[in-house]
Write a protein that binds this ligand. Structure first.
Ligand SMILES: *Cc1c(COP(=O)(O)O)cnc(C)c1O
Length: 404
């Protein structure tokens, strides 16, 4: 099929819930992807933070092919080695106790909410079910996940949503304290807000929140679906804060391309929360996806991926700072590691910059209110960063001339 046939057939049959860029991507290699017309692009969005190892990282395809030849699926009524291995590696890396594998980030959030409520129910009985979430958060598109997503646009058409949720300003510990009551069972937040516009949690705030939750026996849920798995230069973003969540949610880069998520629980929660019959998923943690997870942990370790991010991120930071200093319409540069955003003033629409960057061979996306978002594969080196910065500068030059 030609690119235009693919686009028109897709629009004819697929529900239009995404405004897609006008290209049909065909294949990838390393940090580059090609469209069906043979044009290549440097990838600085990695499938929204999924392709952390880039395309065809050595060892990944081999491990998945080997698993494909054994079995894709067994159901959760039987044991299998990939699950045992993926679980050990994920739980150990998070410094927590038990994991449940899901098929997406939203399902990890759903599971975390159920686990928090069950913990509270088991200990305090019914009624203590309130959840405090954050403004400008994003936790996914299922009804439960939308209920804790602090974005009116995502919520309004779907009301009534899950009850008992209230919203505080991100990084406002006093805002959380005002909402706290003896009905509160959980607080949920992203350690570094992604879709909302790349806002990192402030250290003092997150530490105080951790202490507050411990003191009141409230379950602290950290959503690291986007910011986890090495993206910030730590395996888990919370490591930089010297704290641990009671429940960690992850997905996106967890399988580096296969659909898999997870919620991981501390011993305190796992020992008196979801039990046999309380939760399930037909596909969740099947042999294929858990073989991917297990392989991803091995490749992260053998490739020194997290160290590479920590070593290389200052260079990315420097290049983006330089762009910010060169163009008056870039109002802020925020983020950590390989998860960064440039906020633009309203005169330069971020969506137009992203569209122009695509035409020039660079894949980037947007977030929040007019923010350009950068989520390169974690293998990005200085050469790729230079190339991306050059294309961005060309786009910004056009914006400065009013030619976007
Ligand atoms: C993407 C994302 C989700 C939802 O993940 P899906 O796999 O799309 O359901 C949840 N939380 C955060 C922080 C995300 O970035």
């Amino acid at each position: 099929m030609t690119q235009s046939e693919i686009i028109s057939q897709t629009e004819q049959y697929v529900l239009h819930t995404y405004n897609r860029f006008p290209v049909a991507l065909d294949r990838g290699n390393g940090m580059r992807v090609w469209d069906t017309e043979g044009r290549s692009y440097l990838d600085f969005m990695s499938g929204i933070g999924v392709y952390a190892l880039g395309y065809h990282y050595p060892g990944y395809d081999e491990a998945l092919t080997a698993q494909l030849q054994k079995t894709l699926h067994t159901s959760n009524l039987y044991y299998h080695e990939p699950l045992a291995e993926a679980a050990r590696k994920l739980v150990t890396s998070a410094g927590l106790d038990k994991v449940f594998f899901t098929n997406s980030g939203a399902e990890a959030i759903e599971g975390a909410i159920k686990a928090a409520r069950k913990y509270s129910f088991a200990k305090y009985g019914p009624g203590r079910s309130g959840i405090i979430a954050m403004n400008d958060s994003f936790h996914g598109r299922t009804v439960g996940a939308v209920s804790v997503t602090g974005n009116e646009h995502y919520q309004e058409p779907f009301r009534p949503l899950m009850q008992g949720v209230s919203f505080a300003a991100y990084n406002s510990i006093s805002g959380v304290r005002e909402l706290l009551s003896d009905q509160t069972c959980a607080v949920i937040l992203e350690t570094l807000q992604g879709e909302g516009g790349i806002f990192p949690a402030e250290k003092a705030c997150l530490k105080e929140l951790r202490a507050l939750c411990t003191e009141r026996d409230i379950v602290l849920i950290l959503d690291e679906v986007q910011c986890g798995m090495g993206r910030t230069g730590h395996m888990w973003a919370y490591e930089a804060y010297g704290i641990k969540p009671d429940i960690l949610c992850c997905a996106k880069a967890l399988g580096c391309g296969v659909p898999v998520g997870a919620f991981v629980l501390s011993e305190k929660i796992s020992s008196s929360s979801l039990a046999a019959g309380d939760h399930g998923s037909t596909y969740g943690g099947n042999p294929f996806v858990t073989a991917a997870v297990s392989t991803v942990f091995d490749l992260f370790e053998s490739g020194g991926i997290v160290r590479h991010v920590r070593d290389t991120a200052p260079y990315l930071e420097e290049q983006l700072d330089r762009l910010k200093d060169s163009y008056g319409f870039i109002t802020e540069h925020r983020g950590a590691g390989f998860m960064r955003g440039l906020e633009l003033d309203p005169s330069v629409p971020a969506g137009k910059v992203a569209a122009r960057a695509l035409e020039k061979g660079l894949l980037i996306i947007t977030a929040g209110h007019n923010v350009l978002r950068f989520l390169p594969p974690l293998i990005a080196g200085k050469d790729e960063i230079d190339e991306a910065a050059g294309i961005l500068a060309a786009c910004f030059d056009e914006a400065a001339e009013g030619n976007l």
